[in-house]
Write a protein that binds this ligand. Structure first.
Ligand code: NDP
Length: 285
């Protein structure tokens, strides 16, 4: 068996094309969707992510800007800026790129963003709404995974799903979304005993571990759907997921590649969340 590839890059492109008309309609009503991204410090990976987010917005006609602070900035300055952006009617989405330098209390910063503009979906109010099955903003990476599963025609009702990783950004919201979709969900992490045994039961595996080639073919049930969230850099400079893609391809039923899988969908869903925020403001939702 050779697994069918779930192509996140192609789906992201298709979705972004559909967003253009929504952006145009909003712009015509004087509500051009606007995203502000705040970056503190000069972490090279964060700089790339922020650039891609801003360019992704601009490419579909949205407004976007980045605000960059030096790594030693006082948290008060960032909190004051967030308060100003919360009150700015041209700004529909506010995102603070994580991680933040040590002098910051990340939670304090995330809670300072108005829940109405929290397009990352990390504010406690939005996390609570997701857990209650009434999401307002869904965190972008798991949201992208759900869209990929939907586009691939995968019915999650009654399926055994295993999520590897329990971060607030990926693992936990992923598990909540899968529960809401009717799957039976197991969440594995670094303290899990017999992890491979859990994974072998799964009809769907979502790997968000941060370890290259962590998921190997012997851990998979034949025909399983395998979603690889991981982005790891190998010593030769190439990118690699958390799944041993080449080896797992012959056991999985469907599988996402890295690059070209979940990665492009994450920014796409950030655009979706910002457009949704603008549509709510315009009374279109
Ligand atoms: P975190 O480091 O926050 O979380 C990793 C999780 O994996 C933790 O829950 C940890 O367990 C678990 N884990 C680590 N080692 C093991 C192990 N040996 N066995 C079992 N579980 C383990 O990472 P993120 O959730 O932020 O990201 C995960 C991966 O996804 C990374 O590669 C990241 O780069 C990528 N990513 C990709 C995105 C995309 O757009 N494609 C977006 C966001 C992230 P514990 O909690 O016990 O420590």
């Amino acid at each position: 068996m050779t697994a069918q590839i779930i192509d996140g890059k192609a789906l992201a492109e298709t979705l972004r094309q559909t967003f253009k008309a929504r952006v145009e309609a909003l712009t015509a009503r004087g509500q051009r969707p606007g995203l502000v991204v705040i970056l503190v410090g000069e972490d090279p990976a964060s700089q790339v992510y922020v650039r891609n987010k801003v360019n992704g917005c601009l490419a579909i006609g949205m407004h976007s800007e980045k605000i960059v602070y030096p790594a030693d900035i006082a948290p008060r300055v960032v909190l004051d800026k967030i308060a100003e952006l919360n009150a700015d009617p041209q700004v529909h989405g506010i995102l603070v790129q994580l991680p933040l330098p040590a002098q910051f209390d990340e939670q304090e910063i995330l809670e300072a963003i108005s829940p109405e503009k929290d397009v990352d979906g990390f504010h406690a109010e939005n996390v609570g709404a997701l857990l209650q099955g009434q999401p307002h903003f869904i965190p972008c990476t798991p949201y992208g995974v759900m869209k990929m599963l939907e586009a691939a025609g995968i019915d999650l009702t009654g399926k055994e799903a295993v999520v590897i990783g329990r971060s607030n950004i990926v693992g936990k919201p992923m598990a909540a979304l899968l529960i809401n979709a009717g799957a039976t969900v197991t969440v594995c992490h670094s303290k899990t005993r017999n992890l491979a045994e859990h994974v072998r039961r799964a009809d769907l595996v979502v790997a968000a571990v941060g370890r290259a080639k962590f998921v190997t073919p012997d851990m998979l049930k034949p025909g399983a759907v395998v979603i690889d969230v991981g982005i790891n850099r190998l010593p030769d400079g190439s990118l690699c997921g958390d799944v041993d893609f080449a080896a797992c391809q012959s056991v999985a039923g469907q599988i996402t590649p890295v690059p070209g899988g979940v990665g492009p969908m994450t920014i796409t869903m950030l655009l979706a969340n910002t457009i949704e925020a603008a549509e709510r403001k315009a009374g279109l939702r």
